[in-house]
Ligand binder design. Structure first.
Ligand code: KIV
Length: 289
C-alpha cells in the first residue's frame, strides 16, 4: 500500500509511544502540502472557529483548518464577512491553533486589514502569527494582492491566496456568483500564476467553473483547494456548519454530511424535558454532604 505524504493521515493505526499511549501526531506543514500535490493525494480542509470543533476535526484527520472570516456569517450573525475584525479573528485563531495537534491551521486576514498595501498586510500578518500561533494566513485577491503576498512571504509568513468569488468583495461582485466564466477564465489563471510567483503556498478557488479550476490546478505547482470549484482541485474546503447540516440553507456546492443541527436540537429538548419533569439532576449528578 502506498504511504501517505501527510503525517498521521487517516485515523487507523495511529502512532503510539513506547508505553503504548497515543503519540502526539506530527504537524502537517507547508512541505507536506506540496508533497501531497505531487503525489496526487487529496487534501481536506474545514473551517473551525473554536477549540471544540478544532479538536473534533483534528481528531477526524482533517489536514487543514481554516479560521475563516465566514465566522461573521456563521457564528456572529453578521450579514456578510465585511464587519469581521482582526481582533475577532485573532481570538478565534488562537483557540483553533491551540486545540489542533496535527492540522495545518490557516487564519483569514479580514477585510480592511491588508488592502492598504504591503506594510499594512505585514503588520496584520505578524500580529496574527504572534498572537494566535497559526501556521499561515489567507488573503483574497489575485494580482492586486501580489505586493502583500510578497511582503508576508519575505517575512516568513506562509500565505494562502483566495481567488474566484471573494466574499470580501461581494459588493463589487454583486453577491455570491460564479467567477471565471467565458473570457474571465484567463484572468483567474493569470491571477493564480501571479499569486504563486509571489509566494502563495496554496490557492483557494471559490465558485469557479470546474474546467477553470482544473486548468489552474494543472498550471500551478502549489495545491489548489476548491469550494464550489468542481472535483479537479488538489483539495476541498467547506464551511463546517454547511458540511455538518447545522443550517436551514446552504449553498448548492456544499453537501450535508450529517444532521448535527437536528441532533443538537433534540439533545436540548431532551435536557429541557428532564429538567421540567425533575428527572435531571438525579443522584448520580448530585453531591453528598
Ligand atoms: O472564510 C471562509 O470560510 C472562507 C472559505 C469560504 C474558503 O474563506
Amino acid at each position: 500500500m502506498a504511504t501517505s505524504e501527510l503525517p498521521g493521515a487517516g485515523t487507523t493505526g495511529a502512532p503510539t509511544t513506547a508505553a503504548g499511549a497515543p503519540a502526539r501526531p506530527a504537524r502537517v506543514r507547508v512541505h507536506h502540502l506540496q508533497a501531497a500535490k505531487q503525489r496526487g493525494e487529496r487534501l481536506t480542509m474545514l473551517t473551525a472557529y473554536d477549540a471544540v470543533t478544532a479538536r473534533l476535526f483534528d481528531d477526524a484527520g482533517i489536514d487543514m483548518l481554516l479560521v475563516g472570516d465566514s465566522i461573521g456569517n456563521t457564528m456572529h450573525g453578521y450579514a456578510t464577512t465585511l464587519p469581521v475584525t482582526l481582533d475577532e479573528l485573532v481570538v478565534a485563531a488562537r483557540a483553533v491553533a491551540g486545540a489542533a495537534r496535527r492540522a495545518f491551521v490557516v487564519a483569514d486576514l479580514p477585510f480592511g486589514s491588508y488592502e492598504g498595501g504591503p506594510e499594512q498586510a505585514l503588520a496584520s500578518g505578524v500580529r496574527m502569527m504572534k498572537e494566535s500561533g497559526v501556521a499561515a494566513v489567507k488573503i483574497e485577491g489575485g494580482q492586486r494582492s501580489v505586493p502583500q503576498i510578497r511582503a508576508l512571504t519575505a517575512a516568513g509568513i506562509p500565505v494562502v491566496a483566495h481567488l474566484g468569488y471573494t466574499p470580501q468583495s461581494e459588493n463589487l461582485l454583486g453577491g455570491p456568483r460564479v467567477q471565471g466564466r467565458g473570457d474571465a477564465a484567463q484572468r483567474i489563471s493569470d491571477d493564480a500564476v501571479a499569486v504563486v510567483e509571489a509566494g502563495a503556498v496554496a490557492v483557494v478557488l471559490e465558485m469557479v467553473p470546474a474546467e477553470v479550476a482544473a486548468r489552474v490546478t494543472e498550471v500551478v505547482a502549489v495545491p489548489t483547494i476548491g469550494i464550489g470549484a468542481g472535483p479537479h482541485c488538489d483539495g476541498q474546503v467547506l464551511v463546517w456548519v454547511d458540511m455538518a447540516g447545522m443550517t436551514d440553507w446552504s449553498p448548492r456546492f456544499a453537501k450535508r454530511f450529517g444532521e448535527v443541527g437536528a441532533a443538537l436540537t433534540s439533545a436540548a429538548r431532551a435536557y429541557a424535558d428532564e429538567v421540567r419533569s425533575g428527572a435531571f439532576p438525579g443522584p448520580p449528578h448530585s453531591f453528598e454532604a
